[in-house]
Design a protein around this ligand. Structure first.
Ligand code: TXA
Ligand code: MG
Length: 393
């Protein structure tokens, strides 16, 4: 790919995701130890890594992404033993929760917010007294971190504000010429980022829904609060989440606790309209109506459908082919029977709609349960407009 804005020569290396080649991992680890930036696959999305203990190296991440300096990074670990290098003492109840969570979910898509030790640079924590830590469940990520011998600070490897990358091609599209190395380890599995859970609050607080579900956390821990930013997204009206308690909330305190949450996120270039509703029939009717209007106004429209609704749109818009208006680009994100399939393709689809040149993407909402909570959180952040579909009955 042409080196347009960047000044670096980015080396792109393919590594076997099941059995990472030791020689290649060692080369990538050397880049990290020398203060460079390396994009690598994790089980969630690709990350852009640098030595977490080297402030100059970490600044390289912010520069490459165009990321605001007050948005802290996750320190990635290859073993549980290294946790104590970064994390300070915690009271016994927190220690107990920490052990439960690590036993159950590490390595895996769960990031924990804990008190930091002074060794963690301010540039990693955004000046906070806490640090975010996680152990990714991916052979390449684990081998790379272990070989580097240092914790690896890594945000998602996208230009700030864009959808997170789930392939090395996505990373290259955003960061070629801006980072030292991109490891291509194939597509990632989960497709949405890790769950971020704050363990420093009296009741653990969910800051970002992700690969480990809210339901799983509640089942293991008992009480889990939702951050104000999630509560104000209004996803609570949907079934399971209505039982969320927030007894300990500090009234009138709307400052997002996870600093990243106040920025526009996950946005493709096209405008996103999200359609929510009681059932797939009502949603699909509303999506088709909105699409019809925009097509009529000469807009290039993309429809993010689901397996259950795709055929309906194809029939509905088959007639456009004969007419003058361009037909909508229709893509299924996965099946409503398994929100994990939708999580896995969400970011890829958003990028593909951009590549196909649509002006507007109309996305179907899904129930905010299981991985659907993470999907709806990302879609709501990407959307400039949310339409509420009502059923006919
Ligand atoms: O799955 C993932 O988590 C991916 C892969 C690469 O590991 N990483 C990722 O990083 O999504 P990033 O930087 O895009 O998102 C990290 C989130 C941000 O919302 C940030 O504000 C929050 O974690 N965060 C980091 N440190 C924090 C802290 N000390 N307190 C509260 N929130 C924090
Ligand atoms: Mg990110």
């Amino acid at each position: 790919m042409a080196n347009r804005q960047g000044s670096k020569k980015t080396r792109i290396v393919r590594i076997n995701p099941l059995q990472p080649e030791k020689k290649l991992i060692d080369e990538a680890a050397a880049v990290l130890r020398e203060g460079g930036t390396v994009a690598f696959p994790t089980e969630t999305v690709y990350g852009l890594g640098a030595n977490a203990l080297d402030p100059a190296a970490v600044r390289g991440i912010f520069a490459a992404k165009g990321r605001p300096a007050d948005n802290p990074l996750i320190a990635h670990l290859a073993s549980r033993k290294t946790l104590g290098e970064l994390v300070g003492e915690v009271p016994p109840p927190v220690e107990e929760r920490l052990n439960l969570l690590i036993d159950r979910f590490w390595p895996g898509p769960l990031t924990l917010i804990l008190p930091r030790k002074p060794v963690v640079p301010d540039v990693v924590t955004g000046g906070l007294e806490t640090v975010a830590v996680r152990m990714p469940d991916h052979p390449v990520a684990l081998a790379l971190i272990a070989a580097a011998g240092v914790p690896v600070a890594a945000p998602s490897a996208n230009t700030s504000g864009r959808p997170s990358p789930t392939t090395a091609d996505h990373v290259a599209a955003d960061l070629d010429g801006k980072v030292d190395m991109i490891i291509d380890g194939g597509p990632t599995g989960v497709g949405v980022e890790s769950t971020v859970l704050d363990l420093t609050t009296q009741v653990p607080t969910l800051l970002r829904p992700g690969g480990v579900t809210y339901e799983e956390l509640k089942a293991l821990l008992g009480g889990v609060d939702l951050d104000q930013g999630l509560l104000s997204q209004g996803l609570l009206s949907q079934g399971l989440l209505s039982r969320a308690h927030n007894d300990h909330k500090d009234e009138g305190h709307f400052r997002p606790r996870s600093p990243g949450m106040k920025y526009t996120h996950y946005a493709p270039r096209a405008r996103v309209i999200l359609v929510e509703g009681p059932d797939v029939e009502a949603i699909a009717r509303a999506v088709a109506g909105v699409a019809q209007k925009l097509v009529g106004a000469g807009q290039r429209v993309g429809i993010m459908a689901t397996y259950e609704s795709e055929a309906f749109y194809r029939r509905r818009f088959a007639g456009e082919r004969a007419g003058i208006a361009p037909e909508p680009v229709i893509r299924s994100a996965g099946t409503r029977q398994d929100s994990g399939t939708i999580a896995a393709t969400l970011f890829k689809l958003l990028r593909e709609f951009d590549t196909s040149g649509v002006d507007v993407i109309i996305a179907e909402g899904i129930p905010a349960t299981g991985l659907g909570f993470a999907v709806m959180n990302r879609l709501r952040k990407a959307a400039s407009e949310i339409v509420e579909a009502t059923s006919l009955s």
